[in-house]
Design a protein. Structure first.
Length: 182
């Protein structure tokens, strides 16, 4: 009998305990399962999931500033800084300043960082194939359409409210009663 995994426990929870719970929870659990499946495969190549996000962005558009990379990845600049330091030590990226602008730091892939694409992208594609196994093309297309609509609706709501999501640091201060989100 196969060992009970975290994913099997989550699936049983959804099917038995809360079959009609909020969509946000279901999306979160699906994301967690997808991330875990990819993380296991990336680890075999000594690449962390956090580095994967930055590598994907840099494979598409190299030479971004650290700030731009943070924005594209949707993470705080200190997180990007720490990840880039580690990725530089691993030989995946180099950070450079230009002569005309000594303040901005631009991130470039090394040949080693570029070569990872050939190894890692097929792993992500395999996880996606596994995830949609036994799901019809029509259902996959509908799911994509629905998820894109959800993202779009929430982005419009964020604009309508007039402020982007505050940083975790600001939220922590708000919860502690120290500051208001700006």
């Amino acid at each position: 009998m196969p060992r009970d995994t975290g994913t099997q426990t989550i699936l049983r929870h959804w099917q038995e305990a809360v079959p009609n719970d909020r969509l946000a929870h279901l999306v979160k659990d699906a994301t967690r399962a997808l991330v875990r499946a990819l993380q296991v495969r990336l680890t075999e190549h000594k690449v962390s999931f956090g580095h994967w996000a930055f590598l994907r962005i840099l494979w598409e558009r190299e030479g971004l500033t650290q700030r731009e990379l943070s924005e594209h990845a949707g993470v705080m600049e200190p997180t990007t800084f720490s990840a880039l330091k580690a990725m530089e030590r691993l030989g995946y990226v180099v950070r450079r300043r230009t002569a005309n602008n000594r303040k901005k730091i631009y991130v470039h892939l090394t040949p080693k960082g570029r070569q990872l694409k050939e190894k890692l992208v097929p792993l992500a594609e395999a996880v996606n194939k596994i995830a949609i196994r036994n799901v019809s093309r029509e259902d996959v297309a509908t799911t994509r359409e629905v998820l894109l609509s959800i993202i779009s609706n929430l982005a419009r709501d964020e604009i309508a409210v007039g402020m982007p999501m505050p940083s975790t640091r600001v939220l922590k201060g708000v919860r502690a009663g120290k500051r208001k989100p700006s």
